[in-house]
Design a protein around this ligand. Structure first.
Ligand SMILES: Nc1nc2c(ncn2[C@@H]2O[C@H](COP(=O)(O)OP(=O)(O)OP(=O)(O)O)[C@@H](O)[C@H]2O)c(=O)[nH]1
Ligand SMILES: [Mg+2]
Length: 620
């Protein structure tokens, strides 16, 4: 950043030139900035501009503007469109000796389609014409502006002599004082790449005009193709900079990416945004265009990318000139589009600008556009659209940042609105449809109630079971459990239950006591009770043990028999099935069950036909 820069490195305005070939755009830019925006040898040789060129303009009030000088030749309108994305205001150049020509009109169309409706007209080459010719050209320009409903001052200048240039600079300063177009600060940094190349000794460099957000040295960015380059350093209009601000002509020195992995047309993002294979939009046809039929293929320009796309119109078979409709666009190459983004549409043959539009839904569901939904999105009423966005993701949830991108408002605004809108539930950092969350909660409580009924002795669901009972995806389910914990449910180390789940119903307690008496009384011949809540309660409390073969004993009886077995082994050195049978005065079946239990408890181990004490039980 240059020393003493009052704007702190910020660009007050990004201005795009426009105008017919040879009308004097580059000459005027050079006159105002001292920068020759025709960098290519071929441009010098042919005397025309081919690719957009960039210059920094310090305005009389000290504000800084970024100037994009576009080519006027009809063959390079595609480059003009790419250069004009991210522009706030136009500098329409009309040569006094030539008047309004086809690309004067087409460039203005492109700018209008991109939503750039303020600017100034420079009537240049006034040094080369008489007053009458200049007057005619002025009338021509006035008529053009009027025909498209744009008002802008028309300032006579000469790029050759410099006359009128001060007036022009003052007019541009007036625009800069108004600042940028209302840019939605969604918090996302987005840089459509217009050049990517390898600079010897530096590495991969990508350049473009930063659309939104900020990029800092050290940031890791995301490309639409999933690469994650890191920003080693930044230049703004050739000055080293710590941070790139919106509107700035930015060059990024990147690491972690090969030159083959990034190209003009890509976009660099501060967070990953899925590229759209199809999107829904409001599509407008220019007044002078031919009617557009449903299903037609067009050339779609978005950011610095141009691709073929199929247009499906909604509610009409043919779009008339000057009219608009909802449409679904299916680009041949996936595009990173966000709500509110503008795009330009050109016909395939002849290649002329026929219209453009505004992206409404970058990830539409359903087979055809849903007009009710698109109208809601278009209304910009986020208290209406946020609940709709969430309701369209019945299993899911979104963060404020994700919602911000979906409805094109800043995340703070999402938080503020979501707070007030009853259809939106907030769980931790996640937002979800109130209805989804309500249903999930009902499902969970129902599952807990039925578990308590079926298994009153262990009336809990594991956390995994509780999650799946909600029907929500894990992060949202966990957030819901968190929210309900301590009030509506009890979450403990053992699982999730209803708050009163710790208390065992009195009848069950009584039944368990009765069963316990039975187990105690049966001594060496344990019963085989039906599996019941009472039995499971005793097992859970470790008051009863399972011997195998469906036999259950009280813990006390089991300990006594194990002691007996230990004593026998210590006396005899070993114990056999028949000796235990005689000792307990029972049948082979029970003796066998006890020996197996003793083995399972680690008291004995089997060697041949007999059991011996395990090492740990050899000493009393
Ligand atoms: N007499 C006169 N000639 C001019 C003036 N401005 C530009 N020219 C001449 O017009 C020709 C085209 O000028 P450029 O500035 O390259 O025109 P351009 O609009 O940038 O052309 P493209 O970028 O190819 O569309 C050059 O020969 C210039 O010298 C002017 O104010 N007076
Ligand atoms: Mg030029």
């Amino acid at each position: 950043m240059p020393l003493g820069d009052p704007a702190g490195g910020r660009i007050a305005l990004t201005i795009g030139t426009a105008g017919h070939v040879d009308h004097g755009k580059t000459t005027l830019v050079r006159r105002m900035t001292g920068t020759d925006t025709d960098r290519l040898e071929e441009e010098h040789r042919r005397g025309i501009s081919i690719v957009p060129g960039y210059a920094e303009l310090v305005l009389p009030g000290g504000r800084r503007a970024s100037l994009v000088d576009v080519p006027g030749h009809e063959r390079f309108v595609k480059n003009m469109v790419s250069g004009s994305t991210g522009v706030d205001a136009f500098l329409l150049v009309v040569a006094a000796d030539d008047g309004v020509m086809p690309q004067t009109r087409e460039h203005l169309d492109v700018l209008r389609v991109l939503g750039v409706e303020r600017g100034v007209v420079a009537l240049t080459k006034t040094d080369a014409v008489d007053a009458e010719t200049a007057e005619l050209a002025t009338l021509d320009a006035e008529e053009l502006l009027e025909s498209v409903g744009i008002s802008a001052p028309i300032i006579p200048v000469s790029g050759r002599t410099g006359s009128g240039v001060d007036d022009l600079l003052r007019a541009l300063d007036g625009l800069a004082a108004q600042g940028h177009e209302d840019q939605v600060e969604t918090g996302l940094a987005r840089l459509p790449v217009d050049r990517a190349f390898v600079l010897k000794g530096i590495g991969v460099v990508a350049t473009g005009t930063l659309w939104s957000g900020e990029i800092r040295a050290g940031d890791t960015l995301h490309t639409s193709r999933g690469h994650r380059p890191r920003v080693r350093s930044i230049q703004n209009h050739g000055h080293p900079a710590e941070v790139a601000h919106p509107g700035a002509r930015t060059a990024l020195d990147l690491t972690g990416i090969d030159a083959s992995q990034i190209e003009a047309g890509d976009v660099l993002l501060s967070q990953p945004v899925p590229a759209s294979r199809t999107f829904d939009a409001r599509l407008r046809l220019l007044e002078g265009a031919r009617p557009l039929a449903h299903g037609l293929r067009v050339r779609l320009h978005h950011g610095t990318r141009a691709t073929n796309a199929r247009v499906r119109l909604s509610g009409t078979g043919e779009l008339q000139p000057g009219e608009s409709a909802f449409a679904r666009l299916r680009p041949e190459e996936p595009l990173v589009v966000l709500p509110g983004d503008r795009f330009v549409v050109r016909s395939m043959t002849p290649q002329v600008t026929i219209g453009g539009g505004t992206v409404l839904d970058p990830a539409p569901s359903g087979r055809r556009p849903d007009p009710g939904w698109l109208e809601a999105l278009e209304s910009g009423d986020v208290s209406r659209t946020i609940p709709l966005v969430l309701a369209r993701r019945p299993d899911g949830s979104m963060t404020a940042e994700e919602l911000a991108l979906a409805v094109a408002v800043p995340p703070e605004k999402v938080r503020e609105i979501a707070e007030r809108v009853p259809e939106v539930a907030k769980l931790g950092d996640l937002y979800a449809s109130g209805e989804t969350v309500g249903t999930a909660k009902d499902r969970l409580l129902e599952a807990l109630r039925s578990r308590a009924k079926e298994r009153p002795e262990v009336p809990e669901l594991s956390v995994a079971e509780a999650r799946s009972a909600t029907g929500l995806r894990a992060p949202l389910a966990d957030a819901l459990l968190d929210r309900l914990a301590d009030a509506e449910v009890r979450v403990s180390g053992t699982g999730v239950g209803l708050p009163d789940a710790g208390e065992v119903p009195a009848e069950l307690e009584e039944e368990a006591r009765g069963l316990m008496v039975k187990l105690e009384a049966s001594g060496a011949e344990p019963p085989a009770p039906e599996p019941s809540p009472a039995l499971r309660l005793l097992l859970k409390r470790d008051e009863a043990v399972e011997l195998g073969g469906g036999l259950f004993a009280s813990r006390g009886a089991a300990e006594r028999i194990l002691e007996d077995i230990k004593t026998a082994c210590r006396e005899e050195g070993e114990i056999s099935l028949s000796s235990l049978r005689d000792r307990l005065g029972t049948s082979r079946k029970y003796a066998q069950a006890w020996l197996e239990f003793s083995d399972a408890s680690g008291v004995t181990s089997r060697t041949g036909d007999v059991r011996v004490l395990t090492r740990r039980h050899r000493q009393p």
